[in-house]
Design a binder for this molecule. Sequence first.
Ligand SMILES: [Zn+2]
Length: 1018
Amino acid sequence: MRFVRPILAALLALPVFTQAVFAQPSVTVSLKPGRDPGQAIDEEYTRKIREYTTETFFNSPLTDYLPASKNVPTPKAVLGDVAGAPGILPYSAEVYKYMRMLEAATPRVKVFSVGKTEEGREMIAVAVASERLIAQLDANRGRLAQLADPRTIHMDDAAADRLVAASTPIYYITGTIHSTETGAPTALMELAYRLAVDDSAYIKAIRDNVVTLITPVVEVDGRDRMVDIYRWHLAHPGQNWPNLVYWGHYVAHDNNRDAMGLTLQLTRNVLHTFVGWKAQVLHDLHESVPYLYDNTVGDGPYNAWIDPMLADEWEMMGWNNVSEMQKFGMPGVFTHGTFDTWSPSYLMFIAATHNGISRLYETFGNGGADTEERTLRPNEYSRTWFKQNPPLPKAKWSQRDNNNYEETGLLTALAFFSANNKLFLHNFYLKAKRSILKAKTEGPAAYVFTADDPRPGGQADLLRMLQDQGCEISRASAPFTVLMPAKKPRSGRGGRGGAATDGATDGDDKKPEEKPKPEPRTFPAGTYVLRMDQPYSRIADTLLDYQYWAPNDPQKSIYDDTGWTYGELGNVQVARVTDAKVLDAAMTRVDGAVMSPGGVEGSGSTFLINHNADSALITLRYRFPGASFDAAEEPFEAAGRKFNRGSFLVRNLAAADLAKAATELGVRAWAVDSAPSVKTHPLRAARVAIMHTWMNTQAEGWWRLEFDRLGVPYTYISTQTVAKDADLRSKYDVIIFGPGAGGNAQAIVNGRPMYGNPLPWKVTPETPNLAHTDETDDIRPGLGWTGLDHLQNFINQGGLFIAANDTATFAVTFGLAPGVSTSAARNLKVTGSAVRSKIVDGASPILYGYSDNLAIFAANPPLFGLSNMVGGGGGGGRGGGGGNERATGRGTEDDPDTPQGRVPSEIPEEPHGQPWEATPLTDEQLRNPVNVIPPAARPRVVLRYSNANELLVSGLLDNGGELAQHAAVIDATLGQGHVVLFSNNPFWRAETKGSYFLVFNAILNFDNLSAGRKLASR
Ligand SMILES: [Zn+2]
């Protein structure tokens, strides 16, 4: 960054480049920012910019004026005022209207439709560049595609140099993914205008050397709702306004955590745009930190699977951005901060995992377009080594200020990028090349998905997600054998799991261990292979590998989840193969989406379907609600095959209809003439309701999303609906209360504070976009005591209530799960990690189709305790019960302390249970057992957390001993009904597909959950 070169020198030297040219350090921008005195300015617009900017130092020479144009309209044409004007937030349609006006007025702008949202709103991408570059977009893209996949040019560096010399990079900017962060759309409207119109040398150099691509609104559904709420606020002065309960159709802030699972339309649309355009940068705009935190540099730990070249690019761009804006005297601009770049789930990270450069700004927003006095906290305004000119402790702040920062940051970033456009293009090529070489350098050589995986549906689902990420999948045409690294014996010292409280300790063995040898493993024909010698190998590596976050990592403010290993959480077998021989196996590339085989074999009127916990099974059940489905309560053999416990016996269904559905869903069925003799019970297409609070609807949104995708019908109700409905049981068989209710158990009952005015969430002429989710005249009231009573009646009358994490605590708090208690962990740290579970009662219908050792997702899980007594007592294992400790006295532990002058008496055995069990009852407790829960009414523990030394699968786990061995999934009984409690979260960001069927089994077996249960004798 020390060398200053005239930017044009780099641009005009088109003939054959040598690699040395690109190996030079990046250049700073030598052109002076500011207006071209030869170009007229829009006087009125400029005056308004200055009027709405609250301090002169909240502006820059790049944005304190607007160049005039005779034929290109300014944002005022749509907004009626300048970008960032107080009181003005445009709907997405207005933003698009303006972008299309630009397109019509100048050949330097072109608008592309890039897809639809869940609710059918359009998403766009706007390209801005010189007319020459816009005219050649397709040819340029063709060259970029070759750089993006160096196999197409046989990894020939000289050919790459020629392509680099002839090509222009794409800088992709995305706005307002977070709907409460409202400034980006107007900033990006004005930015597009400036890039198209401004004739200053500074802007012209950007226009000539980079294609700026802009998606002004990423979360379109949420944007339109936010504008509704803001307009409601303007129309009701002096009143409180409802917060944005729903952003997108399913999730709120978490829409920026979908870049792994790709389940939201906005993620898929941005991914397809980024990858389709072969863009080099993805720069996502947010607003939560004063005044501009460019988290491009951020903080460690960085994601462990990125190319180190990317980290260098982050440093280059981030520090340059700070440096340029410091020169303008704008306070509060910094790039180092606590944001770690560990999780690849952020939207911008699509670039990082696809050989581009990810960037994210946090500017300062007021959540609307009001100009307000803002007071900061000391940690925000203090001067630190990386924030030499910090934000002001107190300042009047406007949306225009925010727009100035966003645009100035972006323009300096674009100037730096365009001055170094060849360097970054060459890096783009090198990163792609190194991704291909990865297979044989650092490895692994491939990820392998065996053809004999018992869950071909889950396997195909995972492979399709990887295909969506741009990965190529191949299929072995013959068996092949590779050497697999030997598994090291696990340390019993806690290691990853923290202090071990059980399990084997092998540390005493002083004999030096023999190094385990690699072992051959043969995979059958039909096995899927994800070769790592492909340009997007890194995304596969980061999704499929194991994560480890050290408990003593210096980063203490962990930004998000720490573990996500997709094979484990998806209950799919994934082999990480380092043996490069795998690349020589006979295989062919899969064309089209990977599908699991499905259909009907044999003949007969009864169809047998093996239960393997593949999600498609519930889709099939609800596809034919009128057909008769039964579940086998034991494993059986028929049609020459083995069927798991829980397998389906289907009748009253035409073979052709089943065959069609089974083929489409990837489910295999066997037709037989007579049903096998095995005990069965009906599997009903239960009537499901999903209940939400009006405080937070995000975490349950991930449940809804998957229920919709898998075709599981449900009625969407709120706690307020339940409060009003005294006869829930006649309408529903199952009520699901997803996690993340937005408050503790009492808050769920009480709702929001009832101070002030009602806060409506409903469609009115004023708020037309609040449709498609749920409605209420007032979001404040909660479940109420009446609602709680209704829920209790629902369960007592044979309904099933399902709760997870915090809502499980709610159910326990209000006595819906007698015999279960919850407590918060003291020192346990499990920050969005995958942990190992163990089966406790494999005969429970909840575990149909499952084998042991399932990885489940845990984030601050409640610790369940069990008791055979109402009101607790006798909680399992350590910490439970009490009163069992030895008193002060004589002798050793197993030597009775006999009082002097007395014959020794026999010491009765103290009963004790495992941490996941209730302590067995004593004779004393049974003398008058008014508080003893009858055996059939006691909670049934189905799944527990594994022992401490094998608890961690992926991510961070500290003091895992506190969680180890505790119950994870409990089937409790209340009256005629059941309450199924999850300590883990079975539906999370489409990462936990392996856990889904725990919930689906509960639903399908809601009226037979006690099947296979062994009752205690007393
Ligand atoms: Zn944000």
